[in-house]
Ligand binder design. Structure first.
Ligand SMILES: [Fe+2]
Length: 268
């Protein structure tokens, strides 16, 4: 870890004003708290690190939404897939994961996540699993719970929610993630995904009106530790920023070499 710290700090000391390449980041919704160097990239390990990102375009959203909504016979009680703790507070509907429409659209989302460079760098996905579509209409909610650490399909290092509904089309229905000292509330636009560590208590507040349609799932990462993932992410983002701004160089080669070798050491 000491080597990793040193490299990360060296990179940012060298390129303090030059890290804003095409890759730089949508990592926080609170940039006003940041210095210029930390405006988009966070070092603060006590903060929850999450990523929000527009994953689907309008055409993809409409296609998935239409098929999923039309499969009326395949929607069932959400308690079916919840763990023993979560099932006591889960009050929503989910699309049967064995249905053809669920399988087809889950695959599409799986592919979209795996082909997204920013998400790959942030989450270092080994397995993307448990993808399902859930729907909450008026008075439905999902109380505070923690996701199962292990599922038959893999370990949950990161959880994600991909919205298929614009946030102004329903009232309530916020995703609330609790950190040690605070809570963060999220409402996403259609096609936007949030990826956050599975280690936090979280809930979905009651839907007051309209309908909240989302796709949720989990990621088993090559790097289990959120802190190590964060430093690797920063290093990758910094190197890509330098590359975008100045082009290829011996220095960029060395940074990417260090990144790859650190990933080899830290990954499992
Ligand atoms: Fe959950």
């Amino acid at each position: 870890m000491l080597v990793l710290y040193k490299i990360v700090f060296l990179v940012f000391a060298l390129f303090q004003n030059s890290i804003y390449g095409y890759f730089i980041l949508i990592k926080t919704e609170k940039p006003q708290k940041r210095s210029s160097i930390h405006k988009d990239v966070s070092f603060f390990i006590l903060e929850m690190n999450y990523l929000t990102h527009q994953l689907l375009n309008a055409e993809e959203i409409n296609l998935i939404k239409k098929e999923v909504e039309e499969a009326t016979q395949d929607w069932e009680d959400g308690k079916k897939t919840a763990g023993s703790h979560a099932s006591m507070v889960k009050n929503n509907l989910q699309l049967n994961r064995n249905s053809e429409v669920s399988k087809k659209n889950s695959q599409l989302i799986h592919k979209k996540i795996l082909s997204n460079q920013l998400i790959k760098s942030f989450s270092l996905p080994k397995i993307i699993h448990g993808i399902m579509f859930t729907k909450s209409s008026k008075n439905m909610n999902y109380g505070r719970h923690i996701d199962n650490p292990y599922m038959s399909s893999g370990r949950s290092d990161l959880s994600f929610t991909l919205s298929l509904t614009n946030k102004d089309l329903y009232g309530g229905g916020e995703l609330i993630i609790e950190t040690m000292n605070s809570e963060e509330r999220f409402k996403l636009n259609a096609g936007e995904i949030i990826i956050y560590p599975s280690s936090y208590l979280h809930s979905v507040s009651k839907v007051i009106n309209g309908e909240r349609l989302v796709c949720v799932g989990w990621i088993e990462s090559y790097v289990k530790s959120p802190v190590e993932r964060e430093y690797l992410f920063d290093l990758d983002a910094g190197a890509r920023g330098v590359l975008a701004k100045y082009g290829m160089s011996d220095e960029v080669d060395l940074i990417f070499k260090s990144y790859s070798n650190l990933l080899r050491i830290l990954g499992n």
